[in-house]
Write a protein that binds this ligand. Sequence first.
Ligand code: LMR
Length: 398
Amino acid sequence: MFADLKAVATDPILGLMAAYKEDPNPNKVDLGVGVYKDEQGHTAVLNCVKQAEALRLKQEDSKTYIGMAGDINFNLHMEKLAFGSSHKALLADRLTTAHTPGGTGALRVAAEFIKRANPDATVWVTTPTWANHISLFQAAGLKVKEYAYYDYETRGLNEEAMFADLAKIPAGDVVLVHACCHNPSGMDLTFAQWQRFTELAQERGFTPLVDMAYQGFGAGLDEDAAGLRHLADAVSELILCSSCSKNFGLYRDRIGAVTIMSQNSAQAQNVKTNLLSVVRSIYSMPPAHGAIVVSHILDSTELTALWYQELAEMRNRINSYRQLIIDKLAAQGVEQDFSFITRQHGMFSFLGLTKAQIAQLKTDYSVYMVDSSRVSIAGLNHSNIDYFAAAVASVLKA
Ligand code: LMR
């Protein structure tokens, strides 16, 4: 039966990661996958994680099963981190959380949960969005459609088209919105736009699904959750998918969470049985390591303070490169306006280069970026930024 299988295209982001690894050019620059790198181009383990792992090694006395919802203490921490520790939905027992294998695991559980709640639901995603969003919801048998979001002309948010599209989405459908650090464009909703989004969600009755993979990489932990919190204050139901890959640097440990906010605590009980049965039928129980590490950090005042500091260092380093890219391109004689880079947030910037220019950057200069021209800014450092700017300048002039 395997003979009938046709080969499928490699994932655009992970394929780029593999191609970069194989490239022997010593000057190669990796701006592909969304992974933080320091000034030395290294993705180090955070010190708070190292300390929490040492504690885990010392304290762990069993490897017995953890249960379908995963680590309950971790789940509570994730709810507080996202919604704030005294959010009314949390206090009223309206939140149901399961810890999941990464943010992608959270999205897949959410997809299967949506399929159960409303098999006919369409999931609406931003134009453009993280490529895996589309395949992931389709794999669960859901329809996926796009709503306007990014304007390639103005290099900003396509605001009016976005609200016009949202105003047509019916109750029963799901609208995926990026909490912060939009992947791939870096263009986030302002608070006023979150307010308008919220009004439409209330008026139309669609269910928001907030994807929060980069909390703390935009303006700060609370600032990045402000839109979500406003939405959660107003609507009765929503879904949140969050990830600890980026903000705790726990990429390969695969740790994230899915939270369902229900109308009331009685409904939350039904939600819980359904959510856990979805988990049981996919992977039964999540891996424990990452959740226990995060719990150890957030249980300790000292480790939490260290985490805030390390997270701020990552965020500030990325942000400091936004203006630097503009300055370095100008120094190379580039006349195009790249000022939009400072209006974007998080790990990514959308440079607006053509597919031919992106291909040339890869073949002639070993500069790797996703072919939408999304660059992961954390791949830049003081040793490669001049090389990068010269390469971009030369393809722009060609
Ligand atoms: C990215 O967008 O680069 C990351 O979220 C990694 C991935 O899995 O695609």
